[in-house]
Design a protein around this ligand. Sequence first.
Ligand code: HAM
Length: 413
Amino acid sequence: MSAIQKIKGFADLFPEDARSFTHMEAQAREVFGRFGFGELRTPVLERTELFAKGIGEDTDVVGKEMYTFTDRGDRSLTLRPEATAGVLRAAIEAGSIEPGRATRLYTFGPMFRYERPQKGRMRQFHQINAELLGSPEPQADVEVILMLEDFLKSLGIAELSFELNSLGCRECRPDYRAALTKYFEALDHEKLCEDCRRRMHTNPLRVLDCKVPACKALVADAPEIGQHTCAGCRDHFAAVLALVDKAGLKYTLNPRLVRGLDYYQRTTFEVTSGAIGSQTAVAGGGRYDGLVKLLGGPDAPGVGFACGMERLAMLMEKPEAPRPDFFLAVTDTREGTDAVNTAILLAHKLRQRGMTGECDYAPGSMKSRLRHAGRIKAKKCYIIGADELDSGQVTVKDMEDGEQLKLDIAAFD
Ligand code: HAM
Protein backbone atom coordinates (compact mmCIF):
# COMPACT_ATOMS: atom_id res chain seq x y z
CA MET A 1 0.00 0.00 0.00
CA SER A 2 1.44 3.38 -0.91
CA ALA A 3 1.97 5.84 1.91
CA ILE A 4 -0.39 8.80 2.27
CA GLN A 5 1.14 11.99 0.92
CA LYS A 6 0.76 15.61 1.90
CA ILE A 7 -1.60 17.92 0.00
CA LYS A 8 -0.21 19.78 -3.03
CA GLY A 9 1.04 23.22 -2.03
CA PHE A 10 1.39 22.26 1.63
CA ALA A 11 4.77 21.59 3.23
CA ASP A 12 6.25 19.78 6.20
CA LEU A 13 8.93 21.69 8.04
CA PHE A 14 11.60 19.46 9.52
CA PRO A 15 14.00 20.89 12.13
CA GLU A 16 16.42 22.33 9.57
CA ASP A 17 13.66 24.50 8.03
CA ALA A 18 11.61 24.96 11.19
CA ARG A 19 14.70 26.54 12.81
CA SER A 20 14.51 29.40 10.28
CA PHE A 21 10.86 29.96 11.17
CA THR A 22 11.56 29.88 14.91
CA HIS A 23 14.40 32.36 14.39
CA MET A 24 12.15 34.72 12.40
CA GLU A 25 9.48 34.58 15.07
CA ALA A 26 12.03 35.29 17.80
CA GLN A 27 13.39 38.29 15.86
CA ALA A 28 9.87 39.58 15.19
CA ARG A 29 9.00 39.34 18.90
CA GLU A 30 12.17 41.19 19.77
CA VAL A 31 11.86 43.96 17.17
CA PHE A 32 8.08 44.42 17.37
CA GLY A 33 8.28 44.37 21.17
CA ARG A 34 10.62 47.38 20.98
CA PHE A 35 7.86 49.23 19.11
CA GLY A 36 5.29 48.38 21.79
CA PHE A 37 3.46 45.69 19.82
CA GLY A 38 1.84 42.77 21.63
CA GLU A 39 1.08 39.32 20.29
CA LEU A 40 -2.43 38.27 19.28
CA ARG A 41 -3.32 34.76 18.20
CA THR A 42 -6.51 34.35 16.21
CA PRO A 43 -8.22 31.23 14.83
CA VAL A 44 -7.29 29.91 11.39
CA LEU A 45 -10.99 29.48 10.61
CA GLU A 46 -13.38 32.43 10.31
CA ARG A 47 -16.81 33.07 8.86
CA THR A 48 -16.54 33.44 5.09
CA GLU A 49 -18.34 36.79 5.15
CA LEU A 50 -15.45 38.32 7.12
CA PHE A 51 -13.10 37.90 4.17
CA ALA A 52 -15.73 38.56 1.48
CA LYS A 53 -16.52 41.87 3.14
CA GLY A 54 -13.05 42.79 4.33
CA ILE A 55 -10.81 41.78 1.41
CA GLY A 56 -13.35 42.44 -1.36
CA GLU A 57 -15.51 40.14 -3.51
CA ASP A 58 -13.71 41.21 -6.66
CA THR A 59 -10.20 40.25 -5.57
CA ASP A 60 -8.48 37.06 -6.73
CA VAL A 61 -8.06 36.06 -3.09
CA VAL A 62 -11.81 36.05 -2.39
CA GLY A 63 -13.00 35.17 -5.89
CA LYS A 64 -10.67 32.28 -6.65
CA GLU A 65 -8.33 31.34 -3.86
CA MET A 66 -10.19 30.75 -0.64
CA TYR A 67 -10.54 27.39 1.06
CA THR A 68 -14.24 27.68 1.84
CA PHE A 69 -16.50 24.91 3.08
CA THR A 70 -19.76 24.38 4.88
CA ASP A 71 -19.37 22.92 8.34
CA ARG A 72 -21.64 20.36 9.97
CA GLY A 73 -23.80 23.18 11.33
CA ASP A 74 -24.34 24.51 7.78
CA ARG A 75 -22.16 27.61 8.27
CA SER A 76 -19.89 28.83 5.49
CA LEU A 77 -16.37 28.94 6.94
CA THR A 78 -13.04 29.84 5.37
CA LEU A 79 -9.44 29.07 6.25
CA ARG A 80 -7.91 32.51 6.61
CA PRO A 81 -6.16 33.68 3.43
CA GLU A 82 -4.50 36.53 5.35
CA ALA A 83 -4.39 37.82 8.91
CA THR A 84 -5.64 41.42 8.84
CA ALA A 85 -9.37 40.70 8.67
CA GLY A 86 -9.19 38.23 11.57
CA VAL A 87 -7.04 40.56 13.69
CA LEU A 88 -9.56 43.36 13.18
CA ARG A 89 -12.49 41.05 13.87
CA ALA A 90 -10.85 39.98 17.15
CA ALA A 91 -9.93 43.54 18.21
CA ILE A 92 -13.44 44.82 17.40
CA GLU A 93 -15.04 41.91 19.24
CA ALA A 94 -12.86 42.52 22.30
CA GLY A 95 -13.62 46.27 22.19
CA SER A 96 -9.93 47.07 22.14
CA ILE A 97 -9.92 49.65 19.32
CA GLU A 98 -10.37 53.27 20.31
CA PRO A 99 -10.06 56.01 17.72
CA GLY A 100 -7.22 58.31 18.71
CA ARG A 101 -5.39 55.68 20.78
CA ALA A 102 -2.96 53.32 19.09
CA THR A 103 -3.50 49.59 19.46
CA ARG A 104 -0.45 47.65 18.29
CA LEU A 105 -0.79 43.95 17.55
CA TYR A 106 1.24 41.32 15.76
CA THR A 107 0.45 37.76 14.85
CA PHE A 108 2.16 34.79 13.17
CA GLY A 109 0.73 31.73 11.57
CA PRO A 110 -0.39 29.70 8.59
CA MET A 111 -2.54 31.27 5.85
CA PHE A 112 -4.28 29.44 3.03
CA ARG A 113 -4.74 30.43 -0.60
CA TYR A 114 -5.64 28.09 -3.43
CA GLU A 115 -3.02 29.41 -5.84
CA ARG A 116 -0.93 27.55 -8.39
CA PRO A 117 2.05 26.36 -6.34
CA GLN A 118 5.53 27.30 -7.50
CA LYS A 119 8.80 28.35 -5.92
CA GLY A 120 7.89 30.76 -3.12
CA ARG A 121 4.15 30.29 -3.65
CA MET A 122 2.36 27.79 -1.45
CA ARG A 123 -1.25 26.97 -0.70
CA GLN A 124 -0.43 26.92 2.99
CA PHE A 125 2.12 29.61 3.76
CA HIS A 126 3.05 31.54 6.88
CA GLN A 127 2.91 35.22 7.61
CA ILE A 128 4.35 37.51 10.23
CA ASN A 129 1.76 40.24 10.44
CA ALA A 130 1.59 43.55 12.30
CA GLU A 131 -1.28 46.05 12.62
CA LEU A 132 -1.34 49.50 14.18
CA LEU A 133 -4.96 50.50 14.78
CA GLY A 134 -6.48 53.84 15.75
CA SER A 135 -3.89 56.31 14.38
CA PRO A 136 -4.60 58.31 11.19
CA GLU A 137 -1.27 60.18 11.35
CA PRO A 138 1.33 59.68 8.59
CA GLN A 139 3.86 59.03 11.37
CA ALA A 140 2.04 55.77 12.10
CA ASP A 141 2.62 54.63 8.50
CA VAL A 142 6.29 55.49 8.84
CA GLU A 143 6.72 53.73 12.18
CA VAL A 144 5.23 50.58 10.70
CA ILE A 145 7.50 50.79 7.63
CA LEU A 146 10.57 51.38 9.83
CA MET A 147 9.59 48.47 12.05
CA LEU A 148 9.39 46.26 8.97
CA GLU A 149 12.81 47.48 7.84
CA ASP A 150 14.34 46.84 11.26
CA PHE A 151 12.84 43.37 11.31
CA LEU A 152 14.16 42.47 7.85
CA LYS A 153 17.59 43.85 8.79
CA SER A 154 17.58 41.76 11.96
CA LEU A 155 17.35 38.69 9.73
CA GLY A 156 20.46 39.80 7.86
CA ILE A 157 18.57 40.04 4.58
CA ALA A 158 20.20 42.50 2.23
CA GLU A 159 19.27 43.87 -1.18
CA LEU A 160 15.60 44.33 -0.60
CA SER A 161 13.78 47.14 -2.32
CA PHE A 162 10.95 49.09 -0.79
CA GLU A 163 8.26 50.37 -3.14
CA LEU A 164 5.75 52.96 -1.98
CA ASN A 165 2.54 54.36 -3.39
CA SER A 166 -0.60 56.16 -2.25
CA LEU A 167 -3.95 54.79 -3.38
CA GLY A 168 -6.04 57.78 -2.41
CA CYS A 169 -9.13 57.58 -0.24
CA ARG A 170 -12.90 57.26 -0.45
CA GLU A 171 -13.09 60.91 -1.52
CA CYS A 172 -10.67 60.86 -4.44
CA ARG A 173 -10.53 57.21 -5.51
CA PRO A 174 -13.87 57.35 -7.43
CA ASP A 175 -12.36 60.04 -9.61
CA TYR A 176 -9.35 57.85 -10.34
CA ARG A 177 -11.52 54.81 -10.97
CA ALA A 178 -13.57 56.79 -13.46
CA ALA A 179 -10.39 57.92 -15.21
CA LEU A 180 -9.17 54.34 -15.41
CA THR A 181 -12.46 53.00 -16.77
CA LYS A 182 -12.46 55.75 -19.37
CA TYR A 183 -8.90 54.85 -20.34
CA PHE A 184 -9.74 51.14 -20.71
CA GLU A 185 -12.92 51.88 -22.65
CA ALA A 186 -10.93 53.94 -25.13
CA LEU A 187 -8.52 51.05 -25.61
CA ASP A 188 -8.90 47.88 -27.56
CA HIS A 189 -10.26 46.30 -24.37
CA GLU A 190 -11.23 43.06 -26.10
CA LYS A 191 -7.53 42.24 -25.60
CA LEU A 192 -7.93 42.33 -21.81
CA CYS A 193 -8.43 38.98 -20.09
CA GLU A 194 -12.00 37.95 -19.27
CA ASP A 195 -11.63 38.97 -15.60
CA CYS A 196 -10.29 42.38 -16.53
CA ARG A 197 -13.04 43.05 -19.06
CA ARG A 198 -15.42 42.75 -16.11
CA ARG A 199 -13.11 44.50 -13.63
CA MET A 200 -12.60 47.55 -15.84
CA HIS A 201 -16.15 48.47 -14.83
CA THR A 202 -16.50 46.92 -11.36
CA ASN A 203 -13.03 47.56 -9.94
CA PRO A 204 -10.63 49.00 -12.52
CA LEU A 205 -7.71 49.25 -10.06
CA ARG A 206 -7.59 45.45 -10.10
CA VAL A 207 -6.75 45.58 -13.81
CA LEU A 208 -3.50 47.34 -12.89
CA ASP A 209 -2.61 44.34 -10.73
CA CYS A 210 -3.40 41.67 -13.35
CA LYS A 211 -0.53 39.31 -14.13
CA VAL A 212 -1.77 38.33 -17.61
CA PRO A 213 0.83 39.67 -20.12
CA ALA A 214 -1.80 41.15 -22.48
CA CYS A 215 -3.36 43.12 -19.61
CA LYS A 216 0.06 44.22 -18.38
CA ALA A 217 0.82 45.61 -21.82
CA LEU A 218 -2.48 47.49 -22.00
CA VAL A 219 -2.11 49.16 -18.61
CA ALA A 220 1.34 50.51 -19.45
CA ASP A 221 0.05 54.02 -20.21
CA ALA A 222 -2.89 54.06 -17.80
CA PRO A 223 -3.39 57.24 -15.77
CA GLU A 224 -1.59 57.36 -12.45
CA ILE A 225 -3.29 57.78 -9.11
CA GLY A 226 -1.04 60.72 -8.22
CA GLN A 227 -2.84 62.87 -10.78
CA HIS A 228 -6.19 62.26 -9.05
CA THR A 229 -5.56 62.22 -5.31
CA CYS A 230 -7.20 64.86 -3.10
CA ALA A 231 -5.24 67.44 -1.12
CA GLY A 232 -5.63 65.42 2.10
CA CYS A 233 -4.12 62.30 0.51
CA ARG A 234 -1.36 64.30 -1.17
CA ASP A 235 -0.39 65.95 2.13
CA HIS A 236 -0.52 62.63 3.95
CA PHE A 237 1.73 60.91 1.42
CA ALA A 238 4.12 63.88 1.28
CA ALA A 239 4.45 63.72 5.09
CA VAL A 240 5.11 59.96 4.92
CA LEU A 241 7.80 60.39 2.28
CA ALA A 242 9.44 63.31 4.07
CA LEU A 243 9.74 61.34 7.30
CA VAL A 244 10.86 58.16 5.56
CA ASP A 245 13.54 60.26 3.82
CA LYS A 246 14.64 61.70 7.16
CA ALA A 247 14.87 58.20 8.58
CA GLY A 248 17.22 57.30 5.71
CA LEU A 249 15.11 54.53 4.17
CA LYS A 250 15.82 53.91 0.50
CA TYR A 251 12.69 53.32 -1.59
CA THR A 252 11.22 53.78 -5.03
CA LEU A 253 7.84 55.27 -5.83
CA ASN A 254 5.67 52.85 -7.79
CA PRO A 255 2.42 54.45 -8.99
CA ARG A 256 1.24 51.01 -10.23
CA LEU A 257 1.40 49.42 -6.80
CA VAL A 258 -2.26 48.63 -6.07
CA ARG A 259 -1.85 45.45 -3.94
CA GLY A 260 -4.12 42.41 -4.22
CA LEU A 261 -6.62 43.24 -1.49
CA ASP A 262 -9.32 45.88 -1.73
CA TYR A 263 -9.11 47.44 1.73
CA TYR A 264 -6.13 49.72 1.15
CA GLN A 265 -6.37 53.50 1.24
CA ARG A 266 -3.57 56.04 1.05
CA THR A 267 -0.11 54.58 1.75
CA THR A 268 0.71 51.16 0.34
CA PHE A 269 4.09 49.46 0.20
CA GLU A 270 5.80 46.30 -0.87
CA VAL A 271 9.23 44.87 -0.25
CA THR A 272 10.69 42.81 -3.07
CA SER A 273 13.77 40.73 -3.68
CA GLY A 274 15.12 39.58 -7.00
CA ALA A 275 16.59 36.48 -5.37
CA ILE A 276 13.50 34.25 -5.13
CA GLY A 277 12.37 33.65 -8.68
CA SER A 278 9.20 35.23 -10.01
CA GLN A 279 7.55 35.55 -6.59
CA THR A 280 9.41 38.67 -5.63
CA ALA A 281 7.28 40.19 -2.87
CA VAL A 282 8.53 39.24 0.58
CA ALA A 283 6.29 41.70 2.42
CA GLY A 284 3.44 44.05 1.70
CA GLY A 285 1.11 46.33 3.52
CA GLY A 286 -0.41 49.73 3.86
CA ARG A 287 -3.13 51.85 5.37
CA TYR A 288 -6.72 50.63 5.46
CA ASP A 289 -8.79 53.44 6.99
CA GLY A 290 -12.47 52.46 6.84
CA LEU A 291 -11.95 48.72 7.22
CA VAL A 292 -12.54 48.62 10.98
CA LYS A 293 -15.85 50.42 10.45
CA LEU A 294 -16.77 48.22 7.51
CA LEU A 295 -16.32 45.18 9.76
CA GLY A 296 -18.66 46.66 12.37
CA GLY A 297 -16.17 48.43 14.62
CA PRO A 298 -15.63 52.09 15.47
CA ASP A 299 -14.51 54.54 12.78
CA ALA A 300 -10.85 53.90 13.49
CA PRO A 301 -8.05 53.86 10.92
CA GLY A 302 -5.31 51.26 10.63
CA VAL A 303 -2.02 50.48 8.96
CA GLY A 304 0.03 47.30 8.87
CA PHE A 305 1.99 44.73 6.89
CA ALA A 306 2.63 41.05 6.48
CA CYS A 307 5.82 39.19 5.55
CA GLY A 308 5.82 35.81 3.84
CA MET A 309 7.92 33.52 6.01
CA GLU A 310 8.65 30.94 3.29
CA ARG A 311 10.03 33.71 1.08
CA LEU A 312 12.11 35.22 3.89
CA ALA A 313 13.46 31.75 4.71
CA MET A 314 14.80 31.52 1.16
CA LEU A 315 16.73 34.76 1.62
CA MET A 316 18.05 34.17 5.12
CA GLU A 317 21.07 32.24 6.13
CA LYS A 318 19.90 29.06 7.79
CA PRO A 319 20.53 29.19 11.53
CA GLU A 320 22.97 26.47 12.63
CA ALA A 321 21.60 23.60 14.67
CA PRO A 322 22.51 24.17 18.32
CA ARG A 323 25.48 22.01 19.38
CA PRO A 324 24.54 19.39 21.98
CA ASP A 325 26.65 19.41 25.16
CA PHE A 326 27.00 15.65 25.08
CA PHE A 327 26.45 12.47 23.22
CA LEU A 328 26.28 9.49 25.53
CA ALA A 329 27.65 6.41 23.82
CA VAL A 330 27.08 2.91 25.09
CA THR A 331 29.83 0.59 23.90
CA ASP A 332 29.38 -2.31 26.33
CA THR A 333 28.06 -5.06 24.09
CA ARG A 334 28.14 -7.84 26.71
CA GLU A 335 24.85 -9.60 27.20
CA GLY A 336 22.84 -9.09 30.38
CA THR A 337 24.55 -5.89 31.56
CA ASP A 338 22.68 -2.79 32.58
CA ALA A 339 24.73 -0.40 30.39
CA VAL A 340 21.86 1.18 28.42
CA ASN A 341 19.72 1.77 31.53
CA THR A 342 22.71 3.29 33.31
CA ALA A 343 23.32 5.55 30.31
CA ILE A 344 19.68 6.69 30.04
CA LEU A 345 19.61 7.59 33.74
CA LEU A 346 22.95 9.39 33.51
CA ALA A 347 21.76 11.35 30.43
CA HIS A 348 18.63 12.30 32.38
CA LYS A 349 20.77 13.64 35.23
CA LEU A 350 22.94 15.64 32.83
CA ARG A 351 19.82 17.22 31.32
CA GLN A 352 18.52 18.06 34.79
CA ARG A 353 21.76 20.02 35.21
CA GLY A 354 20.81 22.01 32.12
CA MET A 355 22.89 20.16 29.56
CA THR A 356 21.56 19.11 26.17
CA GLY A 357 22.32 15.81 24.55
CA GLU A 358 21.23 12.44 23.37
CA CYS A 359 21.94 8.84 24.14
CA ASP A 360 21.70 5.68 22.07
CA TYR A 361 19.36 2.88 23.05
CA ALA A 362 21.41 0.09 21.58
CA PRO A 363 25.12 -0.45 22.23
CA GLY A 364 27.56 -0.23 19.31
CA SER A 365 31.23 0.03 18.45
CA MET A 366 33.28 2.87 19.91
CA LYS A 367 34.25 3.99 16.40
CA SER A 368 30.69 4.34 15.09
CA ARG A 369 29.59 6.07 18.31
CA LEU A 370 32.39 8.63 18.13
CA ARG A 371 31.59 9.20 14.48
CA HIS A 372 27.99 9.93 15.40
CA ALA A 373 29.06 12.30 18.21
CA GLY A 374 31.18 14.14 15.65
CA ARG A 375 28.35 14.29 13.13
CA ILE A 376 25.94 15.93 15.56
CA LYS A 377 28.81 18.21 16.71
CA ALA A 378 28.50 17.17 20.36
CA LYS A 379 30.92 19.08 22.56
CA LYS A 380 31.70 16.01 24.64
CA CYS A 381 31.23 12.29 24.17
CA TYR A 382 30.37 10.37 27.34
CA ILE A 383 31.24 6.70 27.01
CA ILE A 384 29.92 3.78 28.99
CA GLY A 385 31.80 0.63 28.00
CA ALA A 386 32.49 -2.60 29.85
CA ASP A 387 35.31 -1.11 31.94
CA GLU A 388 33.31 1.93 32.90
CA LEU A 389 30.26 -0.10 33.86
CA ASP A 390 32.36 -2.39 36.08
CA SER A 391 34.09 0.52 37.82
CA GLY A 392 30.95 2.73 38.11
CA GLN A 393 32.56 5.39 35.97
CA VAL A 394 31.97 7.20 32.72
CA THR A 395 34.69 8.30 30.28
CA VAL A 396 34.30 11.88 29.10
CA LYS A 397 36.05 12.71 25.85
CA ASP A 398 36.34 16.35 24.85
CA MET A 399 35.51 16.37 21.14
CA GLU A 400 37.56 19.49 20.53
CA ASP A 401 40.95 18.70 22.09
CA GLY A 402 40.50 14.93 22.42
CA GLU A 403 41.28 14.99 26.16
CA GLN A 404 39.76 12.22 28.20
CA LEU A 405 38.94 11.84 31.87
CA LYS A 406 36.94 9.46 33.98
CA LEU A 407 34.20 10.55 36.37
CA ASP A 408 32.20 8.59 38.94
CA ILE A 409 28.63 8.10 37.73
CA ALA A 410 27.43 8.38 41.32
CA ALA A 411 28.79 11.93 41.44
CA PHE A 412 25.90 13.01 39.23
CA ASP A 413 23.24 11.83 41.72
P1 HAM B 1 -0.26 40.12 0.85
O1 HAM B 1 0.58 40.97 -0.01
O2 HAM B 1 -1.40 39.41 0.23
O3 HAM B 1 -0.77 41.04 2.04
O4 HAM B 1 0.65 39.05 1.55
C1 HAM B 1 1.80 39.44 2.29
C2 HAM B 1 2.98 38.53 1.97
O5 HAM B 1 2.61 37.16 2.17
C3 HAM B 1 3.44 38.57 0.52
O6 HAM B 1 4.31 39.66 0.29
C4 HAM B 1 4.17 37.24 0.39
O7 HAM B 1 5.49 37.35 0.91
C5 HAM B 1 3.37 36.34 1.30
N1 HAM B 1 2.47 35.48 0.50
C6 HAM B 1 1.26 35.79 -0.01
N2 HAM B 1 0.74 34.75 -0.68
C7 HAM B 1 1.65 33.75 -0.60
C8 HAM B 1 1.71 32.39 -1.09
N3 HAM B 1 0.71 31.85 -1.77
N4 HAM B 1 2.81 31.66 -0.81
C9 HAM B 1 3.83 32.19 -0.09
N5 HAM B 1 3.83 33.45 0.41
C10 HAM B 1 2.76 34.22 0.15
C11 HAM B 1 -1.57 40.63 3.05
O8 HAM B 1 -1.82 39.47 3.27
C12 HAM B 1 -2.04 41.75 3.93
N6 HAM B 1 -2.94 41.18 4.95
C13 HAM B 1 -0.87 42.49 4.55
C14 HAM B 1 -1.30 43.59 5.47
C15 HAM B 1 -1.34 43.56 6.81
N7 HAM B 1 -1.74 44.78 5.09
C16 HAM B 1 -2.06 45.49 6.15
N8 HAM B 1 -1.83 44.74 7.21
